[in-house]
Ligand binder design. Structure first.
Ligand SMILES: C[S@@+](CC[C@H](N)C(=O)[O-])C[C@H]1O[C@@H](n2cnc3c(N)ncnc32)[C@H](O)[C@@H]1O
Length: 217
């Protein structure tokens, strides 16, 4: 059965995200994607970076079914694993051992603004445990900078999120990076993306060093 879902934003942002990934991905190892949604990003990136293994995940069955259908549709069954059922708040995440052994980074695209702060804490906390020093966690999406929206469209979007769910909302980058630092991540790169979005690359270093770096900012 074809369970593919189509998320229009993935058509618009895949090219610019791919360019960022080209700069940070190593040539082998697993990428764990959190909140993969339809799975369209996963299959595109798996095809573009054939040396790595793209491990998608999502807590929603309808999304995992879509991801599986996309994998089949793109004839990636032999290359790309089936999606994992990961809800960031349900810890520890159940991760296959081969992924644990060769994970090079974790990516989450357009997820943290449609999740509660507890989810953000859990994302950094669990990622901090899974990733050894030198590995990365990349977030993509809209952020406030200095607690201010960078565009009117982001502000309207933030209001609409909060109307849907009080615990959702466009996050302040400083607050997110503070949470990251508590778990041993430094904000290594902040890349401005189209449509008032950012890619943020966090790098895992020792907790002691990350606290020093954060104070320095
Ligand atoms: C706006 S969609 C983005 C999907 C995809 N990354 C994209 O860019 O099209 C947010 C995704 O985050 C997932 N999500 C929501 N809460 C989550 C949680 N607590 N843990 C993991 N994923 C979550 C949703 O199921 C959904 O697939």
């Amino acid at each position: 059965m074809d369970n593919r879902l189509f998320f229009p934003a993935t058509q618009r942002n895949r090219k610019s995200i791919k360019e960022v990934l080209s700069r940070i991905l190593l040539t082998r190892g697993f990428i764990l994607e959190i909140g993969s949604g339809s799975g369209e990003h996963g299959v595109v990136f798996q095809k573009y970076f054939p040396e790595i293994t793209w491990q998608s995940s999502d807590p929603e069955l309808i999304h995992r079914n879509s991801i599986s259908s996309w994998i089949e549709h793109e004839e990636l069954n032999l290359k790309m694993p089936q999606p994992l059922d990961i809800n960031v708040e349900k810890i520890p995440w159940e991760i296959p051992s081969e992924l644990l052994l060769s994970i090079q980074g974790i990516i989450s695209i357009n997820m943290i603004h449609i999740a509660s702060w507890n989810c953000i804490r859990a994302l950094f906390n669990e990622s901090g445990k899974l990733l050894s020093n030198g590995k990365f966690l990349m977030l993509y999406g809209p952020f406030k900078i200095g607690n201010k929206h960078i565009s009117q469209s982001n502000e309207l979007f933030d209001n609409s999120l909060k109307m849907q769910n009080k615990s959702w909302g466009v996050r302040d980058l400083g607050e997110v990076s503070e949470e990251a630092a508590k778990n041993g991540f430094i904000e290594e790169q902040l890349i401005r993306m189209p449509a008032y979005n950012f890619s943020v690359i966090y790098r895992k270093i020792s907790i002691k060093d990350s606290e020093l770096c954060f104070k320095h900012f």
